[in-house]
Design a protein around this ligand. Structure first.
Ligand code: ZN
Length: 133
């Protein structure tokens, strides 16, 4: 399979690996949004969150917490985004599951834009109906 992250996991491509265990390899992003931008890769090839097995999912968050604390302590960042993209429309570029840990610094200029407008109540009710709630 021609997957860049599989090649990184297998060591065919080099990376700045900051942690590794049986399930995950944690590397510095080659195209960082900020200083210390880190990726947690699953060692097995899963395309996205929908394919992620329970074992990996259960182990992922404790690891994300541990690495986040490490980044905060080591880099002295002022904040940190935990980000995980699924599908092209959501900004996923490499179709191998990965979680972004993006250290944030005061005045780093990174913009993540959310609408601050509150929709009509019917809009929430429709979503709740679709979710069977
Ligand atoms: Zn892969």
């Amino acid at each position: 399979m021609d997957c860049i992250f599989c090649k990184i996991v297998e060591g065919e491509l080099s990376s700045y690996c900051i942690y590794e265990d049986e399930l995950f390899k944690v590397i510095l992003d080659a195209y960082p949004s900020s200083v210390g931008h880190t990726l947690i890769l699953t060692k097995k090839h899963y395309e996205n969150v929908y394919e992620l097995p329970a074992e990996e999912a259960a182990a992922l968050m404790p690891l994300a917490v541990k690495i986040s604390a490490k980044l905060k302590d080591a880099l002295g960042c002022d904040g940190l985004n935990v980000l995980q993209n699924n599908g092209k429309v959501a900004g996923q570029v490499i179709n191998h599951y990965h979680m972004h840990l993006i250290p944030r610094y005061n005045n780093d200029g990174i913009v993540m834009k959310w609408s601050m407008e509150k929709p009509a109540e019917e809009s929430f009710q429709k979503v709740m109906e679709k979710l069977g709630r």
